[in-house]
Design a protein around this ligand. Structure first.
Ligand code: SDX
Length: 392
């Protein structure tokens, strides 16, 4: 501090806003959306209900949910010219880079979504992105797989429709696998919001300049991409694969994770707020066993993950730093069992987090929050005269 301004790297001890959306207690490992525990929501609600509650504040009545879904369905077509942008990407492009580009491109095709002065304008922008984002997610995946860019079916539910767009194969009738549907609902609910995490803070600060909703979401997608944040779910699977290739030698990776000179971190472990078990990780760990059993899949990676967890929970380095498995540690094992490619895992995180980002952006706009503009403490050169290039 310089007596006037206090620097707080990573905002570890800084609050950015007051919010009524999500409550979490890092010491006790508690997470609630609009006062409802995620344990109850994951068991009893479906993803669209939870999205409605996050965005509008209350769990929807049957009529409200039907209207929300109807309005979303009538806004779930994407301008066909977006396909030209998808085509322009090399197959090697990371899906998060494709998704953030397509999300920002939506503004060009929906210019009216930028001004949200009235509640109606805001509602229209929200149902547009809730309808179009799953299409962008599916097209991102199908681009990587060389499959035709498709649409789902208006007769399907919100999550079932996403599954059809993602998984259907040409010349085959796609059957909804209820095991996958229930697991996907649960995973999307568990990822739906998490108060002022890095990507949500990015959406809020980008939106605070009154950039449009789609542009603000695109910024959030880019922040989520990082391996320290949402990108961790992909990094966990790559780490577990490496350990498996190494003959399951978890000790070597534990040593690397503790070695200050080694940049390697145990991916999927640790959290800025949770200094106890991430409640989402607990639910996802149980779901991983269930889904693999129900799908009849034996995945040695799950056993390695459990070994690693046990080792870390009993290792003083991790115990004294209160490092526990987080939401990203087991989720990829389920995505893989669903047939989702590893580079798509963080896109699935974004799909789940969409309603949370929307809710947080809406709250920031309705609260008329000022543009985000932090200060700094200057530590550079004092005033000095210009030097011509001959004298440098
Ligand atoms: C998500 O914020 C959210 O809510 C995010 C999220 C959400 O829903 O939006 O929950 C989603 O991003 C979950 C986190 C996914 N990231 C990872 O799994 C990557 C691995 N984790 C770490 O990079 C780290 O734990 C963070 C990024 C999650 C948290 O970082 P912090 O709070 O800045 O903690 P830190 O880096 O200061 O670490 C504190 C100490 C350090 O050791 P010392 O310098 O004190 O000796 O713990 C060590 C770190 O080196 N440490 C780890 C570690 N995480 C922290 N050491 C080894 N492996 C790890 N995973």
């Amino acid at each position: 501090t310089n007596g006037v301004i206090t620097i707080d790297p990573g905002y570890k001890n800084t609050g950015s806003c007051e919010s009524a959306i999500t409550f979490l207690d890092g010491e006790k490992g508690i997470l609630r959306y609009r006062g409802y525990s995620i344990e109850e929501l994951a068991e009893k609600a479906d993803f669209l209900e939870v999205a409605f509650a996050l965005i509008f504040g209350e769990l929807p009545t049957k009529e409200q949910l039907e209207k929300f879904h109807k309005d979303i369905k009538s806004n779930s077509v994407v301008d066909d010219d977006i396909k030209k942008i998808v085509d322009a990407f090399p197959k090697s492009a990371h899906p998060m880079g494709i998704l953030s580009s397509l999300t920002s491109a939506l503004t060009a095709f929906n210019p009216s979504s930028v001004n949200v002065d009235s509640e109606e304008d805001m509602y229209n922008a929200i149902v547009k992105i809730m309808g179009k984002f799953p299409v962008l997610v599916a097209w991102t995946m199908r681009k990587k797989q060389g499959l035709p860019l498709n649409y789902g079916s208006k007769s399907l539910g919100y999550v079932e429709n996403i599954m059809k767009m993602m998984f259907e194969q040409p010349n085959e009738d796609y059957e909804i696998d209820t095991v996958v549907k229930d697991a996907l609902d649960k995973l999307l609910i568990l990822h739906a919001d998490h108060e002022q995490n890095c990507s949500t803070s990015t959406v809020r600060i980008a939106g605070s300049s009154h950039a449009g909703l789609f542009a603000s979401l695109s910024a959030g997608i880019s922040a989520l991409w990082g391996p320290l944040h949402g990108g961790a779910n992909q990094a966990v699977l790559e780490m577990l694969e490496a350990i498996k290739e190494d003959g399951g030698d978890t000790k070597k990776y534990m040593a690397k994770a503790k070695d200050k000179n080694d940049p390697f971190r145990l991916m999927g472990f640790g959290h800025r707020v949770y200094k106890n078990f991430d409640p989402r990780a607990k639910i996802i760990k149980v779901a991983a066993d269930e889904v693999l059993n129900n799908l009849g899949i034996q995945d040695p990676i799950l056993a390695i993950a459990k070994d690693l967890e046990q080792e870390a929970l009993n290792d003083p380095y991790f115990v004294e730093r209160k490092l526990y498995p987080n939401v990203d540690f087991y989720s990829g094992i389920i995505y893989r069992a669903m047939g989702i490619p590893v580079e798509m895992f963080t896109v699935m995180f974004a799909l789940g987090r969409l309603p949370g980002w929307i809710a947080q952006w809406k709250e920031m706009r309705l609260n008329h929050e000022p543009i985000g503009r932090p200060r700094q403490i200057y530590i550079g050169e004092n005033l000095r005269p210009f030097k011509s290039i001959e004298n440098r």
